[in-house]
Design a binder for this molecule. Sequence first.
Ligand code: AMP
Ligand code: ZN
Length: 329
Amino acid sequence: MHARTLTEAGTMGGAMPDVDARAPGTPSVPLTFRDALLAAGLLIETGVRGLYGRSATFESIADGVNAIMTRLGRDHDAEVLRFPPAMGQADFETSEYLKSFPQLAGIIHSFCGDDKGHRRLLARLEDKEDWSDMQRPAGVVFTPAACYPVYPVIARRGPLPEGGKVVDAMSYCYRHEPSLEPTRMQLFRQREYVCLGTPERILAFRQLWIERARQLGEALQLPVKIDVANDPFFGRGGKIVAECQREAKLKFELLIPVNDGAPPTACMSFNYHMDHFGVLWNLRTADGNTAHTGCAGVGIERLVLALLRHHGLDPARWPQAVRDTLWGG
Ligand code: AMP
Ligand code: ZN
Protein backbone atom coordinates (compact mmCIF):
# COMPACT_ATOMS: atom_id res chain seq x y z
CA MET A 1 0.00 0.00 0.00
CA HIS A 2 1.27 3.46 -0.66
CA ALA A 3 0.46 6.11 1.87
CA ARG A 4 0.09 9.07 -0.43
CA THR A 5 -2.00 9.50 -3.52
CA LEU A 6 -1.24 11.47 -6.64
CA THR A 7 -3.42 14.43 -7.46
CA GLU A 8 -4.46 15.12 -11.02
CA ALA A 9 -1.36 17.24 -11.46
CA GLY A 10 0.75 14.47 -9.94
CA THR A 11 1.50 16.34 -6.71
CA MET A 12 1.60 14.77 -3.27
CA GLY A 13 -1.51 14.76 -1.09
CA GLY A 14 -4.97 15.56 -2.47
CA ALA A 15 -7.65 13.16 -3.62
CA MET A 16 -7.30 12.43 -7.35
CA PRO A 17 -6.75 9.92 -9.06
CA ASP A 18 -5.46 6.94 -7.17
CA VAL A 19 -6.33 4.63 -10.03
CA ASP A 20 -4.81 4.19 -13.42
CA ALA A 21 -6.94 6.31 -15.72
CA ARG A 22 -5.67 4.31 -18.70
CA ALA A 23 -7.57 1.23 -17.62
CA PRO A 24 -11.27 2.21 -17.31
CA GLY A 25 -13.58 -0.54 -16.16
CA THR A 26 -10.77 -2.70 -14.79
CA PRO A 27 -10.33 -3.14 -11.03
CA SER A 28 -8.67 -0.17 -9.31
CA VAL A 29 -4.92 -0.21 -9.82
CA PRO A 30 -2.91 2.23 -7.70
CA LEU A 31 -1.19 4.78 -9.89
CA THR A 32 2.37 4.86 -8.63
CA PHE A 33 4.58 7.90 -9.14
CA ARG A 34 6.62 5.83 -11.59
CA ASP A 35 3.49 4.92 -13.58
CA ALA A 36 2.50 8.59 -13.70
CA LEU A 37 5.96 9.66 -14.95
CA LEU A 38 5.94 6.99 -17.66
CA ALA A 39 2.34 7.75 -18.66
CA ALA A 40 3.20 11.45 -18.97
CA GLY A 41 6.23 10.57 -21.12
CA LEU A 42 8.62 12.35 -18.72
CA LEU A 43 10.56 9.12 -18.22
CA ILE A 44 10.77 6.61 -21.06
CA GLU A 45 10.79 2.88 -20.35
CA THR A 46 13.74 0.88 -21.72
CA GLY A 47 12.80 -2.52 -20.29
CA VAL A 48 15.66 -2.33 -17.76
CA ARG A 49 15.05 -1.26 -14.18
CA GLY A 50 16.63 2.07 -13.38
CA LEU A 51 17.53 2.87 -17.00
CA TYR A 52 15.28 5.53 -18.49
CA GLY A 53 15.03 7.84 -21.44
CA ARG A 54 14.00 11.40 -20.64
CA SER A 55 11.68 13.80 -22.43
CA ALA A 56 12.43 17.39 -23.46
CA THR A 57 10.40 18.59 -20.47
CA PHE A 58 12.40 16.45 -18.05
CA GLU A 59 15.65 17.70 -19.58
CA SER A 60 14.59 21.35 -19.40
CA ILE A 61 14.06 20.91 -15.65
CA ALA A 62 17.46 19.17 -15.44
CA ASP A 63 19.00 22.16 -17.27
CA GLY A 64 17.35 24.47 -14.72
CA VAL A 65 18.82 22.46 -11.82
CA ASN A 66 22.25 22.64 -13.43
CA ALA A 67 21.94 26.38 -13.97
CA ILE A 68 21.06 26.85 -10.28
CA MET A 69 24.16 24.88 -9.28
CA THR A 70 26.30 27.08 -11.54
CA ARG A 71 24.82 30.20 -9.96
CA LEU A 72 25.14 28.93 -6.39
CA GLY A 73 28.79 27.96 -6.87
CA ARG A 74 29.92 31.01 -8.83
CA ASP A 75 31.84 32.52 -5.90
CA HIS A 76 34.14 29.46 -5.75
CA ASP A 77 35.83 30.47 -8.98
CA ALA A 78 35.94 26.71 -9.55
CA GLU A 79 37.83 24.96 -12.31
CA VAL A 80 35.31 23.24 -14.57
CA LEU A 81 36.34 19.65 -15.35
CA ARG A 82 34.18 17.31 -17.43
CA PHE A 83 34.96 13.66 -18.15
CA PRO A 84 33.19 10.93 -20.09
CA PRO A 85 31.24 8.66 -17.71
CA ALA A 86 34.14 6.20 -17.37
CA MET A 87 37.54 5.92 -15.73
CA GLY A 88 40.64 3.91 -16.51
CA GLN A 89 40.85 0.67 -14.54
CA ALA A 90 44.15 1.66 -12.85
CA ASP A 91 42.70 4.89 -11.42
CA PHE A 92 39.56 3.04 -10.42
CA GLU A 93 41.65 0.47 -8.52
CA THR A 94 43.63 3.21 -6.77
CA SER A 95 40.35 4.79 -5.62
CA GLU A 96 39.63 1.59 -3.63
CA TYR A 97 35.98 1.72 -4.70
CA LEU A 98 35.91 -2.09 -4.89
CA LYS A 99 36.94 -2.28 -1.24
CA SER A 100 33.89 -0.31 -0.10
CA PHE A 101 31.22 -0.76 -2.79
CA PRO A 102 31.90 -3.86 -4.94
CA GLN A 103 28.14 -4.37 -5.27
CA LEU A 104 27.66 -1.04 -7.07
CA ALA A 105 30.57 -1.03 -9.54
CA GLY A 106 30.11 -1.42 -13.28
CA ILE A 107 33.06 -2.77 -15.26
CA ILE A 108 32.92 -2.51 -19.05
CA HIS A 109 33.64 -5.67 -21.05
CA SER A 110 34.26 -6.19 -24.75
CA PHE A 111 34.76 -9.01 -27.20
CA CYS A 112 38.50 -9.36 -27.83
CA GLY A 113 38.63 -12.58 -29.90
CA ASP A 114 39.32 -13.47 -33.53
CA ASP A 115 37.09 -14.67 -36.39
CA LYS A 116 36.81 -18.14 -34.87
CA GLY A 117 35.81 -16.63 -31.54
CA HIS A 118 33.28 -14.43 -33.30
CA ARG A 119 31.67 -17.48 -34.93
CA ARG A 120 31.44 -19.13 -31.50
CA LEU A 121 29.88 -15.97 -30.09
CA LEU A 122 27.26 -15.90 -32.86
CA ALA A 123 26.51 -19.60 -32.35
CA ARG A 124 25.93 -19.04 -28.67
CA LEU A 125 23.58 -16.14 -29.44
CA GLU A 126 21.77 -18.26 -32.00
CA ASP A 127 21.29 -21.04 -29.44
CA LYS A 128 20.25 -18.50 -26.80
CA GLU A 129 23.18 -19.65 -24.67
CA ASP A 130 25.10 -17.44 -22.27
CA TRP A 131 27.90 -15.61 -24.14
CA SER A 132 29.12 -13.30 -21.39
CA ASP A 133 32.28 -15.34 -20.66
CA MET A 134 33.45 -14.44 -24.17
CA GLN A 135 33.82 -10.81 -23.08
CA ARG A 136 36.96 -9.45 -21.44
CA PRO A 137 37.38 -6.41 -19.17
CA ALA A 138 38.05 -3.45 -21.47
CA GLY A 139 40.22 -1.58 -18.95
CA VAL A 140 37.45 0.97 -18.53
CA VAL A 141 35.05 1.27 -15.61
CA PHE A 142 31.88 3.33 -15.25
CA THR A 143 32.38 6.44 -13.13
CA PRO A 144 30.77 5.76 -9.74
CA ALA A 145 30.58 9.39 -8.56
CA ALA A 146 31.29 12.64 -10.39
CA CYS A 147 34.23 13.53 -8.13
CA TYR A 148 36.15 10.26 -8.69
CA PRO A 149 37.91 11.21 -11.96
CA VAL A 150 38.92 14.56 -10.47
CA TYR A 151 41.38 13.37 -7.78
CA PRO A 152 43.93 11.59 -10.01
CA VAL A 153 44.00 14.48 -12.46
CA ILE A 154 44.60 17.09 -9.74
CA ALA A 155 47.13 14.83 -7.98
CA ARG A 156 49.20 14.46 -11.17
CA ARG A 157 49.63 18.22 -11.32
CA GLY A 158 51.59 18.31 -8.08
CA PRO A 159 50.81 20.25 -4.87
CA LEU A 160 47.60 22.28 -4.68
CA PRO A 161 47.76 26.05 -5.05
CA GLU A 162 47.99 28.16 -1.89
CA GLY A 163 44.61 27.98 -0.12
CA GLY A 164 43.53 24.83 -1.98
CA LYS A 165 41.01 24.73 -4.79
CA VAL A 166 37.47 23.92 -5.87
CA VAL A 167 36.53 21.87 -8.95
CA ASP A 168 33.14 21.94 -10.64
CA ALA A 169 32.44 18.36 -11.78
CA MET A 170 29.53 16.74 -13.51
CA SER A 171 29.12 13.23 -14.86
CA TYR A 172 26.77 10.45 -15.59
CA CYS A 173 27.43 7.91 -12.84
CA TYR A 174 26.76 4.19 -12.78
CA ARG A 175 25.58 2.22 -9.77
CA HIS A 176 24.32 -1.32 -10.01
CA GLU A 177 21.15 -0.91 -8.02
CA PRO A 178 18.25 -1.86 -10.32
CA SER A 179 15.01 -0.71 -8.74
CA LEU A 180 11.41 0.14 -9.47
CA GLU A 181 11.74 3.32 -7.43
CA PRO A 182 12.13 6.00 -10.10
CA THR A 183 14.66 7.84 -7.91
CA ARG A 184 17.01 4.83 -7.87
CA MET A 185 18.57 4.67 -11.30
CA GLN A 186 21.52 2.72 -12.66
CA LEU A 187 22.76 5.67 -14.70
CA PHE A 188 22.16 9.19 -13.48
CA ARG A 189 23.88 12.57 -13.37
CA GLN A 190 25.71 14.16 -10.46
CA ARG A 191 26.76 17.80 -10.41
CA GLU A 192 29.30 18.34 -7.69
CA TYR A 193 31.68 20.92 -6.31
CA VAL A 194 34.82 19.23 -5.02
CA CYS A 195 36.97 21.05 -2.49
CA LEU A 196 40.63 20.16 -1.88
CA GLY A 197 42.73 21.76 0.83
CA THR A 198 43.05 21.96 4.62
CA PRO A 199 40.48 20.34 6.96
CA GLU A 200 39.25 23.83 7.99
CA ARG A 201 38.64 24.81 4.38
CA ILE A 202 36.71 21.61 3.62
CA LEU A 203 34.53 21.90 6.74
CA ALA A 204 33.71 25.53 5.99
CA PHE A 205 32.93 24.59 2.36
CA ARG A 206 30.62 21.81 3.47
CA GLN A 207 28.77 24.04 5.96
CA LEU A 208 28.32 26.67 3.27
CA TRP A 209 26.71 24.12 0.94
CA ILE A 210 24.43 22.73 3.63
CA GLU A 211 23.12 26.27 4.12
CA ARG A 212 22.84 26.84 0.37
CA ALA A 213 20.89 23.62 0.00
CA ARG A 214 18.45 24.71 2.70
CA GLN A 215 17.91 28.01 0.88
CA LEU A 216 17.52 26.15 -2.40
CA GLY A 217 14.81 23.97 -0.87
CA GLU A 218 12.99 27.12 0.21
CA ALA A 219 13.34 28.78 -3.19
CA LEU A 220 12.04 25.66 -4.92
CA GLN A 221 9.23 25.34 -2.35
CA LEU A 222 10.19 21.77 -1.45
CA PRO A 223 9.82 20.16 2.00
CA VAL A 224 13.51 19.48 2.65
CA LYS A 225 15.28 18.08 5.65
CA ILE A 226 19.03 17.85 6.25
CA ASP A 227 20.26 14.81 8.14
CA VAL A 228 23.42 12.90 8.89
CA ALA A 229 23.85 9.86 6.60
CA ASN A 230 26.14 7.01 5.59
CA ASP A 231 27.23 5.35 2.38
CA PRO A 232 26.16 1.74 1.64
CA PHE A 233 29.50 0.11 2.52
CA PHE A 234 29.51 -3.57 1.58
CA GLY A 235 29.26 -6.54 3.91
CA ARG A 236 29.59 -7.07 7.63
CA GLY A 237 32.76 -4.98 7.92
CA GLY A 238 30.98 -2.28 5.94
CA LYS A 239 28.33 -1.93 8.64
CA ILE A 240 30.98 -0.86 11.12
CA VAL A 241 32.52 1.60 8.64
CA ALA A 242 29.06 3.07 7.99
CA GLU A 243 28.46 3.49 11.73
CA CYS A 244 31.81 5.25 12.14
CA GLN A 245 30.96 7.52 9.20
CA ARG A 246 27.68 8.51 10.89
CA GLU A 247 29.25 8.96 14.27
CA ALA A 248 31.92 11.27 12.86
CA LYS A 249 29.19 13.13 10.89
CA LEU A 250 31.19 12.83 7.67
CA LYS A 251 28.12 12.74 5.41
CA PHE A 252 24.97 14.83 5.37
CA GLU A 253 22.09 14.59 2.94
CA LEU A 254 19.27 16.80 1.77
CA LEU A 255 16.17 14.64 1.99
CA ILE A 256 12.87 15.16 0.17
CA PRO A 257 9.82 12.83 0.14
CA VAL A 258 9.48 11.57 -3.44
CA ASN A 259 8.52 7.89 -3.59
CA ASP A 260 5.15 6.38 -2.71
CA GLY A 261 5.03 5.52 0.98
CA ALA A 262 8.82 5.44 1.29
CA PRO A 263 11.16 7.42 3.55
CA PRO A 264 12.41 10.70 2.03
CA THR A 265 14.98 10.46 -0.74
CA ALA A 266 18.53 11.87 -0.65
CA CYS A 267 18.67 14.49 -3.40
CA MET A 268 21.95 16.16 -2.41
CA SER A 269 24.92 15.06 -0.34
CA PHE A 270 27.65 16.94 1.53
CA ASN A 271 30.71 14.85 2.22
CA TYR A 272 33.92 15.25 4.18
CA HIS A 273 36.39 12.51 3.14
CA MET A 274 39.07 13.66 5.60
CA ASP A 275 42.45 12.57 4.13
CA HIS A 276 41.02 9.39 2.50
CA PHE A 277 41.56 10.52 -1.11
CA GLY A 278 44.53 12.67 -0.14
CA VAL A 279 46.40 9.56 1.05
CA LEU A 280 45.27 7.34 -1.86
CA TRP A 281 46.30 9.90 -4.48
CA ASN A 282 49.15 11.59 -2.60
CA LEU A 283 47.34 14.91 -2.85
CA ARG A 284 49.39 17.66 -1.17
CA THR A 285 48.62 21.15 0.01
CA ALA A 286 50.98 23.98 -0.97
CA ASP A 287 52.90 23.57 2.29
CA GLY A 288 53.37 19.83 1.74
CA ASN A 289 50.73 18.34 4.04
CA THR A 290 48.34 15.62 2.90
CA ALA A 291 45.29 17.39 1.45
CA HIS A 292 41.80 16.78 2.80
CA THR A 293 38.85 16.68 0.43
CA GLY A 294 35.09 17.06 0.43
CA CYS A 295 32.29 17.34 -2.08
CA ALA A 296 28.82 18.82 -2.26
CA GLY A 297 26.61 17.53 -5.00
CA VAL A 298 23.14 17.15 -6.37
CA GLY A 299 21.61 14.11 -8.04
CA ILE A 300 20.11 15.91 -11.03
CA GLU A 301 17.40 13.34 -11.77
CA ARG A 302 16.39 13.09 -8.13
CA LEU A 303 15.89 16.83 -7.75
CA VAL A 304 13.90 16.89 -11.01
CA LEU A 305 11.73 14.06 -9.69
CA ALA A 306 11.22 15.87 -6.37
CA LEU A 307 10.03 18.96 -8.26
CA LEU A 308 7.65 16.88 -10.39
CA ARG A 309 6.35 15.12 -7.30
CA HIS A 310 5.61 18.27 -5.35
CA HIS A 311 4.59 20.73 -8.06
CA GLY A 312 2.97 18.40 -10.58
CA LEU A 313 3.90 16.82 -13.88
CA ASP A 314 3.35 20.00 -15.91
CA PRO A 315 6.03 22.65 -15.20
CA ALA A 316 3.92 25.27 -17.00
CA ARG A 317 1.61 25.12 -13.96
CA TRP A 318 4.33 25.36 -11.31
CA PRO A 319 4.46 28.38 -8.97
CA GLN A 320 6.01 31.32 -10.83
CA ALA A 321 8.69 31.78 -8.13
CA VAL A 322 9.84 28.17 -8.64
CA ARG A 323 9.91 28.65 -12.42
CA ASP A 324 11.93 31.84 -11.98
CA THR A 325 14.45 30.07 -9.73
CA LEU A 326 14.93 27.36 -12.36
CA TRP A 327 14.79 29.34 -15.56
CA GLY A 328 14.91 33.02 -14.63
CA GLY A 329 18.70 33.23 -15.22
P1 AMP B 1 26.28 9.88 -3.12
O1 AMP B 1 27.57 9.93 -3.86
O2 AMP B 1 25.80 8.49 -2.84
O3 AMP B 1 26.24 10.78 -1.92
O4 AMP B 1 25.21 10.45 -4.14
C1 AMP B 1 25.14 11.82 -4.45
C2 AMP B 1 23.78 12.11 -5.01
O5 AMP B 1 23.58 11.34 -6.21
C3 AMP B 1 22.65 11.64 -4.08
O6 AMP B 1 22.35 12.62 -3.12
C4 AMP B 1 21.52 11.45 -5.06
O7 AMP B 1 20.89 12.67 -5.31
C5 AMP B 1 22.23 10.97 -6.31
N1 AMP B 1 22.13 9.50 -6.44
C6 AMP B 1 22.81 8.54 -5.75
N2 AMP B 1 22.46 7.31 -6.14
C7 AMP B 1 21.50 7.48 -7.10
C8 AMP B 1 20.73 6.58 -7.90
N3 AMP B 1 20.86 5.25 -7.82
N4 AMP B 1 19.85 7.12 -8.79
C9 AMP B 1 19.71 8.45 -8.90
N5 AMP B 1 20.40 9.35 -8.18
C10 AMP B 1 21.29 8.87 -7.29
ZN1 ZN C 1 31.75 13.32 -4.50
